[in-house]
Design a protein around this ligand. Structure first.
Ligand code: F0G
Length: 486
């Protein structure tokens, strides 16, 4: 950070006050986005020197996934599994029932999931991608297609390893980072109908990702969910939610969709899931825990198949890869995540960070999503062409500047080699995601992040493009090594 950009108390307070003006405000007349909790336990984090960060980057092969976390000061890599649990959740760990079969904790977990999702079958898994893998193994044959608004990377990979196709049928507006539409996660219904008309039998299920993580964390409207449900059911195709961030999506429905302002988050979530046949869930997001997931659905025949697959690779159906204490923590987390004051603060924090950046002219995806601020890396670094991965280069620059870890959602994560031309093709958006962990960082942490990014923006022409040195076949961003171009 250069001298001119060093934070001063006066500047911080000024920026914070103006930033809250258009960010969602708490009710009852307050002007600050105030944490609806107080701190009972702290975890020390350490700042590093520029030389330490330089060494860490080289050792990591310029891949933020390879950085040891003690070399990271503010970790915005993901909001997944990084939540701070509440005192109630920590307390619940002690009453976990670790019986192999029929554990008390399973029934508590099952009840909490049914209260929100309403489906009879509730299958615990160790995390979201296990739920996806098991569902696809049960339903998906080679050559089939699975439409969604936009599949997340692990979902897409789980479909592709089965020789099937992941179709992204979000409305075009999702790819316009300046369009202020409130529900940019909505599925393009005409394209969905076309995919199903062309061969409904080749589509064993339709998914809808809420919120749409790979498209800027944008919500899907209830009106759109209703239409997706109607089209699927007219074609007799099951409709599943990828429900990782269902509570954040429900909160945006409450705030933005006419007719929902006075409804509880729980009742909105129930209305969403009543339209579907099932859901996959990563409890590491909107169940406020560090590990866990589940699969929940209506179909009895599917339950038989799924439980067979589960027992072979994951665990017995009443624990499915989790400890009894994990099931207890998920049950409590699901109760806490649908509370209004939690969601108001949660989405308010993300909006606050976006506002600080926008005020300084930093290009961000609009409107701001539920769990993260997405930087538009191609606009931030216009001198770096797509084949030199500007998003990835920006993640390196942010780490180098201030020890902030972020993730590229762009050419490295979603780039594909075209077998015909031998050339790489790139996703429409080249972004860097600053995912805000739930209940972990304070407003001053976010101020620090904004100041560092603004400082990098001020000297952006010095950031260099990247080249991939080594990469695996699937999900290359997790383990590829790169180098900077000179
Ligand atoms: N679906 C979506 C929309 C996700 O965002 C994720 C994970 C998964 C499925 C898989 O769940 O990690 O429990 O296996 N997203 C994380 C992220 C990793 O950083 O966005 P998982």
């Amino acid at each position: 950070m250069n001298k001119a950009n060093e934070p001063t108390l006066a500047r911080t307070i000024k920026v914070r006050a103006s930033a809250t003006e258009s960010a969602p405000r708490p009710k009852r007349g307050a002007v600050t986005i105030v944490e609806p909790y107080r701190i009972k336990v702290v975890e020390r984090i350490r700042r590093t020197t520029p030389a330490q960060r330089e060494a860490a980057l080289r050792k990591a092969g310029f891949n933020p996934f390879n950085l040891p976390s003690d070399k990271v000061f503010i970790d915005l890599l993901t909001d997944s599994g990084t939540s701070a649990m509440s005192d109630v959740q920590w307390g619940a760990l002690m009453v976990g029932d670790e019986s192999y079969a029929g554990a008390r904790s399973f029934f508590r977990f099952e009840k909490a999931v049914r209260t929100i999702f309403g489906f009879p079958h509730v299958i615990p898994t160790h995390q979201g991608r296990a739920a996806e893998r098991i569902l696809f193994e049960a339903l998906l044959a080679k050559g089939r297609s699975v439409p969604s608004n936009i599949h997340f990377d692990t979902t897409q990979a789980n479909i592709e390893v089965r020789g099937a196709k992941a179709l992204n049928l979000v409305k075009d507006v999702a790819y316009d980072p300046d369009d202020p539409s409130p529900f940019k996660g909505d599925m393009d219904i005409a394209r969905l109908e076309k995919a199903l008309d062309r061969g409904g039998e080749n589509v064993p299920l339709v998914m809808l990702t809420v919120t749409n993580n790979s498209g800027g964390g944008q919500p899907v409207s209830l009106a759109n969910m209703r239409r997706v449900s109607a089209v699927c059911h007219a074609h007799r195709v099951p409709f599943f939610f990828d429900a990782c961030r269902f509570a954040e999506n429900a909160y945006f429905i409450k705030k933005r969709e006419p007719g929902y302002a006075r409804r509880s988050i729980l009742s909105i979530a129930r209305e969403m899931f009543a339209l579907a046949d099932g859901a996959t869930m990563s409890a590491k997001k909107d169940a406020l825990v560090n590990i866990g997931g589940f699969l929940t659905f209506r179909d009895d025949a599917l339950a038989g198949r799924v439980k067979n697959i589960l027992v072979i690779g994951e665990g017995f159906p009443t624990y499915g890869g989790l400890a009894g204490r994990d099931l207890e923590a998920i049950a409590r987390g699901l109760e806490e995540v649908v509370e209004d004051d939690y969601l108001e603060h949660r989405t308010g924090q993300v909006a606050y960070l976006a506002r600080l950046l926008e005020e300084a002219g930093v290009p961000v995806f609009k409107p701001v999503g539920g769990h993260a601020v997405y930087l538009l890396a191609d606009r931030f670094l216009p001198h770096i062409p797509r084949h030199q991965y500007p998003g990835w280069a920006l993640t390196i620059a942010l780490y180098r500047e201030a020890g902030i870890r972020s993730v590229e959602i762009g050419g490295v994560m979603f780039g594909k080699m075209d077998p015909k031309t031998g050339r790489e093709t790139y996703p429409k958006l080249e972004m860097v995601r600053l995912a805000v962990p739930r209940r972990v960082y304070t407003a001053s942490h976010l101020d620090y992040v904004a100041e560092a990014i603004i400082s990098v923006y001020g000297k952006r022409d010095r950031v260099k493009g990247m080249r991939i040195v080594e990469q695996p076949k699937h999900l290359r961003h997790f383990s590829a090594t790169l180098e900077e171009l000179v």
